[in-house]
Write a protein that binds this ligand. Structure first.
Ligand SMILES: [Zn+2]
Length: 78
């Protein structure tokens, strides 16, 4: 299965050799909501297949899309 980033306008996807990481949405409702806010898609909710690429995290290569970055480092996700 090819993982694509859920951020509107982000063309990153998991390809062999990419430096990007793709993260599943957290189970914790508060953290999950932060991610959803950063994605900034009206009425959208993540599902099990939803992934966010590492360029939207503070610690990533700052790609400012959709009005915000996820305010935590990807490293903290384990
Ligand atoms: Zn992305």
């Amino acid at each position: 299965m090819v993982h694509t980033c859920v951020v509107s306008g982000c063309r990153n996807r998991r390809t062999p050799g990419t430096a990007l990481s793709f993260y599943r949405f957290p189970r914790d409702p508060e953290r999950k909501q932060r991610w959803v806010d950063a994605v900034n898609r009206q009425g959208w909710q993540p599902n099990d297949g939803s992934r966010l690429c590492s360029s939207h995290f503070i610690s990533g290569m700052a790609a400012r899309v959709g009005g915000g970055l996820v305010n935590e480092t990807a490293d903290s996700l384990g």
